[in-house]
Design a protein around this ligand. Sequence first.
Ligand code: HEM
Length: 399
Amino acid sequence: MHFDPWSPEFIAHPYDVYDELRRERPVSFFEPTGQWLIARHADVNALLRDRRLGRSYLHVATHQEFGRPDDPEFQDPFWRVIRAGMLDVEPPVHTRLRRLVSKAFTPRMVEALRPKVARIAGELVDAFVERGGGDLIAEVAEPLPVTVIAEMLGVPEADRHLLRPWSADICGMYELNPSVEAQHTAVRAAQEFSDYLVGLARARRADPGDDLISALALVADEGDQLTEEELVGTCVLLLNAGHEATVNVTGNGWWSLFRNPAELERLRADHGLLPTAIEELMRWDTPLQMFERWVLEDISVGGVDIPRGTEVALLFGSANRDPEVFADPDRLDVSRAENPHISFGAGIHFCLGAPLARIELAESFGALLRKAPTMELVAEPSWGPGYIIRGLRSLQVTT
Ligand code: HEM
């Protein structure tokens, strides 16, 4: 097998290919996407922190200067929303946007949310156990982070069912070489989501609540700190990033435990292992397999020259199995103490929600371990089509 992010077999098990890449071609050109694949932990980690690269190049160059075509006009509504969020901009705009919301996501602020997260997780798991099980992803993994981030932002309960489909459709654009149909779907979702948030922000401005959208709407009102477009971009990003990966860590994580029954037994026997287990599940089967960066100035990686104007694909899933960094990397070890995995990224775009994600995962895995101590798999799950955002379609279990 070779690197093929569109192949279901590769998506199901990319790790042997990564192994070969790390050993033989740690920096290699991938013709179908025109990107340089970066496979080693040291290189991925260094490039994430290297300011000669960026999530975008539009702050220093035009599409023409980078030899790229203009975005097709029909994609305008999509890019207006996405490029107004902090993840797709670089300093100084990034610094300003991140500062505006970072206060809400400090470890201390999110620690205060723990009782609420624990209550929601407990209720979801109670109902799940009462039904004797079902699809762990649809019934526990998804509703927990969606509810938490929707409550933080102040999305009314009646509208929350809209978030997950909008997010999934938008994320379709992040996969490698998305189909024209996927592009149109993403554009439509971005437009609908944006219209919805503009309306919600206006309502909150008139009648503020104790939530992040109200707070941001008031900041936007004050003038130079936040435009309405940035407000929408920020909320879309928080709502999407605030649940997509957490859902997949939960699903992939339990699937990893079922595939490693001895480790599941260790964890069941000692719930004190939960903190290290969660970090290990995020490392062993990485939910976000790859992130891209544009090369803004010529660089050299492992002796390979990579010129300005090209794109690198940082293989997180490969970095997280690098034997230079992790002892016995293919082994799932729920008590692994030294675990500098790269699943939350590094550098200026390091995941803003990492403290919140850790609390959500601790509470949902904890509740399932306590309340469903003999939970078992019913059928082998299948992987969804995504490679970059990689998760199971469903996970059928009985409690
Ligand atoms: C286990 C779950 C999660 C994982 C694995 C994850 C992973 C990541 C990664 C890898 C990045 C950086 C992407 C890059 O450098 O290109 C990122 C950024 C981000 N994440 Fe998360 N994330 C998770 C949960 C969350 C949650 C719960 C939130 C809640 C708000 C969140 C909000 C964000 C935001 C706002 C950014 C952009 C930060 C910036 O550009 O400065 N994430 N996440």
